[in-house]
Design a binder for this molecule. Structure first.
Ligand SMILES: [Zn+2]
Length: 169
């Protein structure tokens, strides 16, 4: 059977069975292996291929998010899954510890702990508890300052200095 090569366009002889099979599976026909190889060849660089694969993977993950999530959760409950999680934690350990030392994290953690404790101890009144606590701190500070003579400290100092000066004269 005479058919046309899908790559070079030249006529070529193929058996009827071969042609029928190609039609059935919707594949192309080439005159020889060289043309088949050239037809398969693409002019994409490694970088382009990687980019395409990354894009494909992204779309795949988006399309199958729910399924993948369930699969992942199930895997995490297995012994191998827990081992993987442990390995990942080890890998991230240094980075995580460095993050924990940042002022931003510390400030956030302080706030978080305060809220956590208030919620644990006072339930639905946790917000009032925090405000009350702040007030108490403020009042305490004033009391302590008063007792230690720390209020109007600079004014007192000036007064003393003035008296000292007068006494000398
Ligand atoms: Zn050909």
């Amino acid at each position: 059977m005479r058919v046309i090569c899908d790559y070079c366009g030249r006529e070529t002889e193929k058996s009827t069975g071969h042609v029928n099979r190609a039609k059935k599976i919707n594949s192309k026909l080439y005159c020889d292996r060289t043309c088949a190889g050239k037809a398969k060849r693409h002019n994409k660089s490694q970088k382009e291929l990687k980019k395409e694969k990354a894009e494909y993977d992204k779309q795949y993950r988006e399309k199958n998010r729910e399924v993948l999530k369930k699969k992942n959760q199930a895997y995490n409950k297995t012994k191998a899954g827990r081992a993987t999680q442990k390995r990942n934690r080890e890998k991230m350990k240094e980075k995580h510890l460095a993050y924990c030392r940042t002022p931003e994290y510390r400030a956030w953690k302080k706030e978080y702990d305060k809220k956590h404790r208030a919620k644990k101890n006072y339930g639905e009144y946790w917000e009032s508890a925090i405000i009350l606590n702040q007030l108490e701190e403020f009042i305490d500070n004033r009391e302590v300052k008063q007792e230690l003579g720390l209020i109007n400290k600079s004014q007192n100092r000036k007064r003393k200095l003035n008296n000292y000066g007068k006494a000398k004269c």
